[in-house]
Design a protein around this ligand. Structure first.
Ligand code: XIL
Length: 349
């Protein structure tokens, strides 16, 4: 190779490196962990997806792979393969791992849905499930959503399903204690949705948190899913964050996304005006979290999925949606830039 070829390739490598150095990322300006939920198969096989996850985020959550139906598919069999590969990816890229979720009414395997045994036996099985999973990931998974969606859809009553029926309403407190026994260092969180549209639910969550604190149940945080819609009121978003923060617990915006395609007259087009409203609301959510959640309680903000291509909303609601910061080609959207600029302005103030 001639000197000039070596020289040119050196310059090229250098300029690539400096271009990379110059790229700015939202995660540099948050001051708290920025997370994303990932699909295990995409993370294994899609290079573009891997790069975005590794470059743009510093906390990771398995979208489904640690849910009971995946990790404990049969009564006497666990399957940690996919969960382990997500953990390995996170370790390799120095990311925090947030575990989702130990108990969830909607993420149950068949053997549990059809459970016919005694109450005591089920209690033993749930304890053993929690301690096996938390034990397996001890020292690797930093935090757990111990129970997901404990309350009913739109009020403060306890959601009814087999575990609640057989163990009683206090099953959540027991789950926290069992998880704590298995890994005393893990941050344990109660994750919930709907407080942005149900005041009853918000109050219910707060009473549970205060009751747990009084009883020394080892709860460290509250997860507020925030599957938002562009018409959610800013006042309510602020109120939720302020009220939850008063518990003194860590607050995790745990499943952030924002539907734009709503209402009877679904547009099916991502119009400029929808984009604008979405940009403003996303900026608002980040600002509100910075402002109203005390620093020591900022557990982080986690997006639910990486891009509009892999958002859970499309298959779940069988409709087109554009709820995230990356588009179908995994490119940053304008809303990404809006959030970035707003956070940068804040840090330079
Ligand atoms: C969703 C996943 O994204 C989907 O892939 C799966 O089919 C169903 O569950 N609230 C939660 C998440 O706590 O676990 C859900 O994840 C989305 C709603």
């Amino acid at each position: 190779m001639s000197f000039s070829v070596i020289f040119v390739s050196l310059i090229k490598a250098q300029s690539n490196a400096s271009i990379k150095d110059k790229i700015e990322y939202i995660k540099q300006f948050t001051g708290f962990p920025l997370g994303v939920s990932v699909d295990g198969a995409l993370l294994l096989h899609n290079k573009v997806y891997q790069n975005i996850v590794a470059n743009e985020f510093n906390s990771i959550t398995a979208e489904n792979q640690m849910k009971m139906y995946m990790i404990h598919p049969e009564k006497d069999r666990y399957d940690f393969a996919m969960g382990d590969s997500i953990v390995a990816f996170a370790k390799l890229h120095n990311m925090r791992i947030h575990g989702h979720t130990l108990v969830w009414f909607d993420g149950m395997p068949k053997w549990l849905k059809n459970y016919q045994g005694s109450n005591k036996d089920l209690e033993r099985l749930i304890k053993s499930h929690i301690q096996t999973v938390v034990g397996h990931y001890k020292g690797k998974v930093y935090s757990w959503d111990v129970v997901n969606e404990y309350l009913a859809h739109n009020n403060d009553s306890v959601r009814k399903f087999i575990i609640q029926e057989k163990l009683g309403n206090d099953y959540m407190a027991k789950c926290f204690q069992w998880a704590h026994e298995a890994d005393p260092n893990a941050i344990l969180i109660y994750n919930e949705y709907g407080m942005e549209w149900s005041e009853k639910k918000l109050q219910g969550i707060i009473s549970i948190a205060n009751d747990f604190k009084k009883r020394n149940i080892p709860i460290s945080g509250l997860g507020v899913q925030f599957h938002l819609k562009i018409f959610n009121s800013n006042d309510t978003i602020v109120r939720v964050l302020k009220e939850l923060s008063k518990t003194g617990l860590k607050i995790h915006i745990s499943e952030l996304d924002m539907m734009v395609n709503i209402g009877k007259n679904r547009a099916n087009v991502y119009t400029d005006s929808l984009k604008k409203v979405q940009q403003e609301k996303y900026v608002f959510v980040f600002n509100a979290y910075c402002k109203y959640v005390p620093d020591a309680q900022k557990f982080g903000i986690t997006f639910w999925n990486v891009s509009d291509k892999d958002t859970w909303l499309r298959p779940t609601y069988k409709m087109i949606e554009w709820p995230l910061l990356f588009d179908e080609n995994y490119e940053r959207k304008q809303v990404y830039q809006s959030v970035l600029i707003s956070l940068k302005n804040k840090t330079s103030q």
